[in-house]
Design a binder for this molecule. Sequence first.
Ligand code: HEM
Length: 363
Amino acid sequence: MQTSLWRSRKVLVWLDERLALTELLEYARHKTVPEHKHSFWYYWGGISMFFFLIQVFTGVLLMVYYRPGAESYESVREITYDIRFGWLIRSAHSWSANLMVLAVFIHMFSVFFMKAYRKPREFGWWSGLALLALTMTFGFSGYLLPMDELAYFATKVGLELPASLPLVGKFINDVVRGGPEVGSVTIQRFFALHVVVLPLIFIPVLAFHLWLVQKHGNALPPSEEQKPIAERRSIPFFPDFFSKDLAMWLVALNVLAILASLYPWQLGPQADPLAPAPAGIHPEWYFMSQFQLLKLFGRWFPGVTGEVLGLVFFTLILLLWAIVPLYDTGTAAGRRAKVATWFGITVLALLIVTTIWGYWEVL
Ligand code: HEM
């Protein structure tokens, strides 16, 4: 017993001399996280990251059997019905993708309302927006891969969004589709995007995002910032916050396990490009808002005008959303702070209302 303890201590010392482990631990012990009544919202970045790790793990397992191209439907059918636990891995991957998008949205709105985009965290906001765009592109490109009926027609509908862009629309569509129709070549392209291009961009952007959080620490919401320093409370990152983070990950894993096993992800009939689109076809829930907005503009202003106006409106909101850190720069709750908060409430309400409206019309 004594010798094995002595040996493991020697191994630790050996590692420490080479990897500076104690320095790292000391750093983690000194780093603190603010504690107040809104602290719950600090966990959502970590939860988003947890779902990303699940995506990598289950995605690599799916890749062992998935065959992109003409055989993609057949290979997903095998994964779902023939390969042991294939259905579970596929179900976990699909559910976790949706939960990740949801967690990223919750994280974005919580940092927005805590005003965590203010100086010096502007790049945290912008890199976060890039992560959101990448997460949604992961979802869009992955959705086509099984090539069942729903995937095929939803992708066709989804690609109508960039197609309505003036000048570049047709070009973007041809490059993405690899031809005039969604087919095997499109699947090859979406697959390369999904498993190579997107991870290659996502991982360095995420590393930059996390480095910024380490550099600046967690932001205090305005209600806490107004308190005198002596009244502010914080806890050490390690082990206190870290163990709470792990507890949240365990809750996230449980939610995922329940959903993936009790509601297995379905595989519809194979896509038939010659068949008419089934009634009520629509994109994934996180694109429903844009889809519905474009539909409404098309209805209000018939013809190309409606499509262009819809895109202009959407791009304008996105641009304003991105430049909020440059507008709301104050530290106190001034006029600009109030305008920004109301803008956030309007965007959130618009997202929720148009999403529900969209489902109301198609279901
Ligand atoms: C896959 C997507 C994302 C991941 C994995 C991620 C991860 C994280 C993590 C782990 C933190 C530190 C803990 C926390 O405050 O929650 C954080 C902080 C932050 N994130 Fe993200 N994030 C993502 C997307 C976003 C998005 C979409 C935005 C906003 C547009 C954003 C903006 C921020 C900001 C401003 C902070 C600093 C918050 C503070 O100081 O309290 N992130 N992120």
